[in-house]
Design a protein around this ligand. Structure first.
Ligand SMILES: Nc1ncnc2c1ncn2[C@@H]1O[C@H](COP(=O)(O)OP(=O)(O)OP(=O)(O)O)[C@@H](O)[C@H]1O
Length: 506
C-alpha cells in the first residue's frame, strides 16, 4: 500500500518538476546555472534519483524497519532482558551509521556537480555539432570533459579510501555489539536468570535483526545523495517567478486592437545590469500600422520586441496595449495575441504539419494550407514525398534556413495574431521569395482583420513600404517617418544606411 502510493508520487514528481522549470521568466533561463545541459541533468537525474529512492530503496527501508520492530517484540516476549540488550547495543550501529552518512555526503555532492557539468557539455556540443565539426573541436571538448572529471575523480579516490575505513570501523562496532549480546546471554544463563534455550533463542532473534539494522545504515548514503541532489530541485520548485504567466486572472476582450505605446522606457538585461539597452525609449504605434525598426547592430531593436512579449520587464516606463499597461493583462493570453518570427526560428523535431499547427492545434487542413501559401512554402511542402507529414529533424535540421523561416512564418500566421513581430524574419529568403512573403504579410491588415506589424530589418528594401520607419541608435529613437521623408533629410542615419546598401547592391 505504502509502496504503491510512493510509486504514484514518483510519476507525479516529474511533471511537477518540469512545470516548475517552464514557469520561470526568460532571464532565469539565461543564467549559466540554468543552461540547457544543467536543466536536462536536473530533470532527468532528479527523476531517476527519486525512482531509485522510492521504487528500489523505500521498500527495503520499510522491510528493515518492520523486521527490527517484530524481532524486538518477539525477543522481549522470549526474554525481556535480552530484548533490552538488543536495544542497549543499538548505539554501536547508530554511531557506525552516522559516521558512514557523514562521509557519504561529500562523496555524492561531487558526483552530482560533475555529472551536471558533463551533461551540460554533452548537450551543448550535440546541439551545436555542425559548429563543433566545422572547427574540428572534438578533441578540445573531450579534454574539457576529462578536465571537469579530474578533480571529482581525485576527491572520490580519497573519499572511497576514507569510506572503506569507515565501513571497517562500523563493522567493528557491529561485531562488538554481537560480542556484548553473546556475553550477556552467557551471564544470564550462568546466573540462572534465563534458560539456555531462551537465551539462545533470544540471541538468534537479535542476530537476525542485525543484518536489517546494517542494511538500513547502508541505505543512508543513498538517502544522503538523494537529499543533496534533490535540494536544488526543491529550490526550483519553491522559486517565485518574477514575471508570473497566469497573473492577473482577469477576463480580457476576445482580441486586442493592437495600439501599442512605449512610454519613456529604460531597460537593462538582468544578466548585464551595467549596460543600458533602451534609454528613455518612446514610441506610439496605431492599431493596424506597419512599423519598421531599423538601425545599427546592437541598437536595441530586438529588445523592444522582447519587452512587448514580456520576456523581460523594463526598469522604468510603461508599455501600453490598447491604452492599458501590459502588466495588467494575463500574460499567457497576451502572448497568444502576439506572433513572433525570429531570424533563426526553431522548429521542433516533428512533422511540418505539427510545426505549422504549433500555436493553433485545432486548425483545419484548409487553414494550414492557406497559411503555408501565404508564407510561400506550400509548393515546396507539396513537392516532398510525405508532404505535410515530412519530419523536419531536430531543430528543423533537414531544411534550409529559408524553408525554416517560411514554415515559422506560416506557423505564426496560423495563430492569427493581432500583433505580428518580425525580427529579420525573411533574411534567409531570396529576393523573389521575400517579396512574395512581404506582400502576403502586408495584405494581412484589413478593416475586419487588423494586424499591427512591427518589423526589425537590416535590408531596407523590405521596409520601404512601412507606414512608419523608426531609426534606432544606442537604445534611442533618432529618426522617424516614412521612407520618402527620411531619405529627403540630409545627413540622416537612415539616408546613409540606404545609400550604403544601394551602393553594395549596385
Ligand atoms: N539576453 C541578453 N542578455 C544580455 N544582453 C543582451 C541580451 N540580448 C541582447 N543583449 C545586448 O543588448 C544589446 C541590444 O541587443 P538587440 O538584440 O536588441 O539589438 P539589435 O538592434 O536587435 O541588434 P541586431 O540588429 O544585431 O540584431 C546588445 O548590445 C546585446 O549585446
Amino acid at each position: 500500500m505504502v509502496c504503491s502510493l510512493l510509486v504514484q508520487v514518483q510519476f507525479k514528481i516529474f511533471p511537477v518538476n518540469y512545470a516548475a522549470v517552464l514557469r520561470n521568466e526568460i532571464a532565469w533561463f539565461e543564467k549559466p546555472e540554468n543552461s540547457v545541459g544543467f536543466l536536462t541533468s536536473h530533470v532527468v537525474g532528479d527523476t531517476s534519483m527519486i525512482k531509485t529512492i522510492i521504487s528500489d530503496r523505500m521498500s527495503v527501508i520499510v522491510q528493515c524497519i518492520s523486521s527490527i520492530l517484530i524481532a524486538t517484540i518477539v525477543s522481549m516476549i522470549v526474554d525481556w532482558r535480552m530484548g533490552l540488550v538488543a536495544w542497549a547495543v543499538m548505539p554501536c550501529h547508530f554511531i557506525g551509521g552516522l559516521i558512514q552518512a557523514k562521509s557519504a555526503k561529500g562523496f555524492s555532492g561531487d558526483f552530482a556537480v560533475s555529472h551536471r557539468e558533463l551533461v551540460a557539455l554533452t548537450s551543448e556540443s550535440a546541439s551545436n555539432i555542425r559548429t563543433v565539426a566545422s572547427f574540428v573541436h572534438e578533441e578540445q571538448i573531450l579534454k574539457k570533459a576529462k578536465l571537469s572529471l579530474r578533480e571529482p575523480m581525485r576527491i572520490s579516490r580519497i573519499e572511497s579510501i576514507k569510506y572503506g575505513l569507515i565501513q571497517g570501523v562500523s563493522l567493528c562496532l557491529w561485531n562488538i555489539a554481537h560480542a556484548v549480546a553473546l556475553w550477556y546471554t552467557t551471564v544470564l544463563v550462568d546466573k540462572r536468570q534465563a534458560t539456555f534455550v531462551n537465551g539462545i533463542r533470544s540471541y538468534q532473534i537479535f542476530s537476525l535483526t542485525v543484518p536489517s539494522i546494517t542494511e538500513l545504515w547502508t541505505l543512508i548514503p543513498t538517502v544522503i545523495s538523494a537529499i543533496s541532489i534533490l535540494t536544488p530541485a526543491f529550490q526550483i520548485l519553491d522559486r517565485e517567478t518574477e514575471i508570473v504567466p497566469d497573473s492577473p486572472e482577469i477576463k480580457s476582450p476576445e482580441r486586442i486592437l493592437g495600439r501599442i505605446e512605449f512610454e519613456e522606457i529604460s531597460f537593462k538585461y538582468p544578466s548585464r545590469p551595467e549596460v543600458v539597452i533602451l534609454d528613455n525609449f518612446s514610441l506610439i504605434i496605431e492599431s493596424g500600422q506597419k512599423v519598421a525598426l531599423v538601425g545599427p547592430s546592437g541598437a536595441g531593436k530586438s529588445s523592444v520586441l522582447a519587452l512587448l512579449l514580456r520576456f523581460y520587464d523594463p526598469h522604468k516606463g510603461r508599455i501600453l496595449i490598447d491604452r492599458k499597461e501590459i502588466r495588467e493583462y494575463n500574460l499567457r493570453w497576451l502572448r497568444k495575441q502576439i506572433g513572433l518570427v525570429q531570424q533563426e526560428p526553431l522548429l521542433f523535431s516533428s512533422s511540418i504539419r505539427d510545426n505549422i499547427c504549433y500555436g493553433n492545434e485545432g486548425a483545419s487542413e484548409t487553414e494550414i494550407i492557406e497559411a503555408a501559401i501565404e508564407a510561400n512554402i506550400h509548393e515546396f511542402i507539396s513537392s516532398l514525398p510525405d508532404g505535410y507529414d515530412t519530419v523536419v529533424g531536430e531543430k528543423g535540421c533537414q531544411l534550409s534556413g529559408g524553408q525554416k523561416q517560411r514554415i515559422a512564418i506560416a506557423r505564426t500566421l496560423l495563430k492569427r495574431p493581432a500583433v505580428l513581430l518580425l525580427d529579420e524574419a525573411t533574411s534567409a529568403l531570396d529576393g523573389q521569395s521575400e517579396r512574395k512573403v512581404i506582400s502576403a504579410l502586408g495584405s494581412k491588415s484589413g478593416p475586419l482583420f487588423r494586424t499591427t506589424q512591427i518589423t526589425v530589418a537590416h535590408r531596407l528594401s523590405t521596409v520601404i513600404t512601412s507606414d512608419v520607419i523608426v531609426v534606432m541608435d544606442k537604445g534611442k529613437v533618432v529618426e522617424m517617418g516614412k521612407h520618402a521623408t527620411l531619405i529627403a533629410a540630409t545627413h540622416g542615419i537612415y539616408l546613409k544606411m540606404f545609400q550604403l546598401q544601394n551602393q553594395m547592391e549596385g
